[in-house]
Design a protein around this ligand. Sequence first.
Ligand code: TXA
Ligand code: MG
Length: 332
Amino acid sequence: MTLNNTNPMAAIGQNIQRASRLLSGGKLVAIPTETVYGLAANALDALAVEQIFSVKNRPHFNPLIIHIGSSNELIKYVTEVPAAAQRLIEKFWPGPLTLLLPKKENVPDIVTASLPHVAVRVPDHPLTLKLLQMLEFPLAAPSANPFCYISPTRPEHVQQQIGEKIPYILDGGPCDKGVESTIVGFENNKPVVFRLGAITPEEIEEVAGEVKVHKQTGRSLLSPGMLPYHYSPRTPLYLTDRVEELLEKYGAAETGIITFHKTMDNLPQEHLAVLSPTANMSQAASNLYHSLHRLDGMNLKRIIAEKLPEKGLGKTINERLKKAAGRIVAES
Ligand code: TXA
Ligand code: MG
């Protein structure tokens, strides 16, 4: 007799009734959003939420975003909505904007890491919105990757990374935005960006007035998405604006390359990921994590990524790549 200790992989499908049954029973389900896939649990059930931390191997000091089906529900979970937040909600929800607001007591401490604020957003994905509108509770959902690894933007990324630990992946196709939501808090009614994301500080500013972008101070844990090592592939990654030079130094045989829009013919084409042939930032963001997943799966010795122009979404992409480079000193 052979013993089989491996768990079955997650089922993948578009059945929101099945997702709803599992979530109502305290189980985890991976859900699509417009940014990245989330690993969801009933946000009001501390035991269900606890499983998120163990599946992701995520430290408990790192709080979770709660996802609601409509802005009308916000007031169930927060005590106060500043005027600037209200304007941002009207413009960006459903969408990739997470707001940090003072929490009500019904939000369990495990969700907020005992902080006085809760992070909330209405995701813009038709399947997940339908699911949320069916449920009687909000969904706590971090990105559905093991702690510090690359966020998933396709169901197969979730399956590869944590498929044996969860029962179901709701398949909503590839994520449209491809980078996480922008996290915004408020100081004296003024918006402060705590994590760069799919909406740029300039876009926030247009709606809510002057914006402060929180600078990372050492190991500040205010928003651990700002930890220096995050979003990392297993393959060492270099971030540079001198791709050709580094390629020459290391050789093409065991090197993956990520460029913004440039094609290169001096390496095997499957080693190359061009984020947007037409130099479109949104398309580049949308392809970023998939490119990292694909090249990381090739067992190369290194990945060399080209820095994007430091403006708009380019800043978000560069920031993610810098964190993916982790301990490797970014050469530029
Ligand atoms: O686009 C997204 O935001 C995706 C999708 C699934 O919604 N979610 C996501 O979650 O990126 P996660 O857990 O990977 O990142 C959430 C970030 C973390 O860095 C966390 O520290 C911060 O939000 N955060 C959550 N609650 C917070 C709070 N109460 N105070 C400060 N930061 C908070
Ligand atoms: Mg994450």
